[in-house]
Design a binder for this molecule. Structure first.
Ligand code: HEM
Length: 252
């Protein structure tokens, strides 16, 4: 055991263990998939289901939470965890960057679809015709705006290799901080969105939240599993184990 290992705290030692890290990442994926399944179940059983073509009432609306969850939570979470996973495997750095970028492209795609869905719903006068009238919509819009800036910054620094290593080193901590911040903002937006959905589900089922209906329990578990996914991803990204080391001057 080297001197460096002796300096580490117990938490750093545990989180630096490959098996522990694999376990935490696997746990995150399980939480994320259960959150997705519950969201789909909630939308299908208590919110009228999914129907893109017809634009009737809530049938198109349900695509908004689905696509937003897939984009801003599931793919985004996997994108920000991806380097930790790939640092454990013998994957060339350029391939790792392409996988990270690919997951962000999926995020962008689902965000766009989620926004198209909510805008078609608004045009159809369901939930009122006004755009941008709630806390949820403002948190959502600001979160997406910062995400798009972050995405563009990442793309520029990846696509323009002429940027000096010094600039990249300066940019990396900001990129990491913003990534975690945007992810937490997305969770807040989702939770406000789900609460808003709960306030209207009574119109569909005829049963209010205060009567402890079955959908209330499904709703609570949906938000809990989505929250657990986000928190587990945060555990993976804030600990120093398997963090990508700063690029040395010899590396391409
Ligand atoms: C489970 C997740 C979500 C649910 C249940 C949900 C629910 C809703 C509801 C009920 C509306 C219509 C009422 C309103 O304008 O507030 C809405 C609109 C909106 N949502 Fe979400 N949402 C979810 C996720 C997200 C996420 C993650 C974002 C972005 C980060 C987002 C961004 C928006 C925006 C920008 C609008 C306003 C659209 C407009 O006014 O034209 N939503 N959402």
């Amino acid at each position: 055991m080297g001197a460096d290992d002796d300096d580490k705290t117990i938490v750093e030692k545990v989180m630096g263990n490959k098996m522990v890290m694999i376990g935490v990442i696997a746990m995150a994926e399980v939480f994320g998939i259960i959150g997705l399944a519950l969201l789909i179940h909630f939308s299908r059983e208590y919110y009228g289901g999914y129907e893109w073509g017809d634009m009737k009432d809530g049938l198109l609306f349900t695509y908004h939470p689905l696509f937003m969850y897939l984009g801003m939570i599931f793919f985004f979470g996997n994108a920000i965890m991806s380097f930790r996973v790939m640092n454990m495997l013998p994957i060339p750095r350029v391939v790792a960057k392409c996988i990270h970028g690919g997951l962000h492209v999926c995020t962008m795609l689902f965000i766009s679809l989620g926004l198209v869905a909510i805008n078609r719903v608004k045009k159809n006068a369901w939930m009122g015709t006004n755009n941008m009238y709630s806390t949820h919509s403002y948190w959502g819009a600001v979160t997406i705006a910062i995400y798009v800036l972050q995405f563009s910054g990442g793309l520029i620094s990846f696509l323009i290799p002429v940027l000096s290593d010094r600039i990249k080193r300066t940019f990396l901590p900001i990129h990491r901080f913003l990534g975690a911040g945007i992810f937490l903002m997305a969770l807040i937006t989702v939770l406000i969105g789900l609460t808003k959905m709960a306030s209207t589900v009574g119109q569909v089922t005829g049963k209010s939240f205060s009567s402890y209906p079955e959908w209330g329990t499904v709703h609570i578990f949906t938000s809990c599993f989505i929250g657990l996914f986000v928190l587990t991803v945060m555990v993976v990204i804030i600990n120093s184990g398997f963090k990508t080391p700063p690029k040395t001057t010899q590396e391409k």
